[in-house]
Design a protein around this ligand. Sequence first.
Ligand SMILES: Cc1cc2nc3c(=O)[nH]c(=O)nc-3n(C[C@H](O)[C@H](O)[C@H](O)COP(=O)(O)O)c2cc1C
Length: 180
Amino acid sequence: MSKNIVVISSSFRRNGNSQTLLNHFAKGLEENHHQITKIELSKLDLKFCLGCLTCQTKHQCVLSDDMNSLYQVIKNADILVFATPIYYYAVSGQLKTFLDRLNPLYGTKCKFKEVYLLATCADDNPKALDGAIKDISGWIECFEGVTLKKVLYGTGVTDIGDIENKSILHEAYTVAKEIL
Ligand SMILES: Cc1cc2nc3c(=O)[nH]c(=O)nc-3n(C[C@H](O)[C@H](O)[C@H](O)COP(=O)(O)O)c2cc1C
């Protein structure tokens, strides 16, 4: 059955490694005829969370920017896919800001139950993703019944194009094709 899948790319680098990894994942999803919504953080007006916590009671953000139209999109997704470059052994600041801004959804009934994390980094060691996995897991734990389904490790890639000859691209496509 076709699923509603939201894929979020967070690198501001055009044609960067994490975007390429996500493109291959999305190709697998598209071939399975899922409903896909692509969100590119570099194209959004995305402000930092003010920390006012108004959203905890109103379930609405006091800020006015592109996030306003995205809350329903995220809420109604079956699956969320986050792609991030590793910055200082953590998720990118852009992705962290996006996760923080999803706080109006905290404590509400969300449809999504599965999250995929796609990350790229210069380091060859898969442990380089540990910080990002912890970051995403911390967010996931705040949403009931949600699990981190799979992590795709785009290690050993620094410059644009470095990921092109890596087997992880085919793995991303294959993993996505298994989502039915
Ligand atoms: C600010 C910054 C911090 C980075 N920190 C790390 C790091 O801690 N570990 C690492 O292996 N690579 C680090 N990198 C390299 C990127 O993770 C790597 O180039 C990645 O493939 C970029 O993905 P992108 O092309 O999608 O932006 C850093 C890059 C930048 C710009």
